[in-house]
Design a protein around this ligand. Sequence first.
Ligand code: SAH
Length: 368
Amino acid sequence: MAEPLKLNFSAPRRGMPPKHFADFTVDERVEKLAELGLPKFRAKQLAKHYYQHLTNDVEKMTDIPAEKRAAVKEALFPDLMTPIRQTSTDDGSTTKSLWRLHDGTLLESVLMRYPGRATLCISSQAGCGMACPFCATGQGGLDRNLSTAEIVEQFRNASAQMEAEGGRLSNVVFMGMGEPLANYKRVIHAVRQITGQDGEGFGLSQRNVTVSTVGLAPAIRKFADEGLACTLAVSLHTPDDELRDSLVPVNNRWPVSEVLDAARYYADTSGRRVSIEYALIRDKNDQGFRADMLGRKLHQALGSKVHVNVIPLNPTPGSEWDAAPKARQDEFVRRVIAQGVPCTVRDTKGDEIAAACGQLAADERESA
Ligand code: SAH
């Protein structure tokens, strides 16, 4: 039986941060600098420090006149996030960072190092209003949208950290806290900076950025029209509306068929294969008939332009739900593949430090 619709689209409860370099357009930066009596070319210098040298410390930008640095910091580089703690697991290859934002809001991001690549799992909102019952972030509701700069700063910090280790940040997934397409404009602005070339961004390949959504169908179409070749991930979790209405409450607004139509539009427009996320939950969505139905529906809607990512459920505190047994999972994967749809199991890093998929909740309080 479907549970009542409990979405939380309410106005953000807390305040947005001061404006930062990464919130501004190039023209706005030039304007800000003019107010400080600084010429246009300084904007390019700042961009080089920020995007190429990965610094936001104005005191280190020694080509900026010394007597202007304090004013530049105040106007363009206010402190947005204070690191509270970093925890590691998987032999140090996974680190979760907890930050406090200017208004006390807590934010988490997770950095996963693999041989030859490193992926940052980034947050787009503090909390989340989508209320998926199996997800830790979903239980607390939405605190507020993150600003563009708060999203970009997660990337810059992790990039700097990777660089310090002699590596490179190669992938970004919007799979941390929040629903990225519910904070649409800021997320797109952030993606444009993460992938921007020629001195106006960090230069990551668009293909290496994955935006994951509960399935806000109109926003998926809009995202397709942005002309970015990012990877779209859709958190489907079940192929039938009856169950999805309760697993992903926004399904009551945009049902499976509309989500898959929008995903198809994204695949056609971007030329990219869409990734379907499926958190496998014991006795909930792990039945053979659902695997068959999933494979059938995806094959029909997306042909060869789809891939299924099975995520073993990471149980959240207080929930009676659990991951499906291994044999069930194997059977599920086999049956999806039998319908002609590629299907693999996501390796879940970070579960020991509550940093795995769906576990980010920033519920830690500082012991003063
Ligand atoms: N709001 C976006 C991003 C959220 S997190 C979205 O829903 O896609 C990224 C993925 O983790 C989503 O597929 C989400 O459904 C999944 N997830 C959430 N809680 C989980 C849990 N407890 N175990 C496994 N996956 C989970």
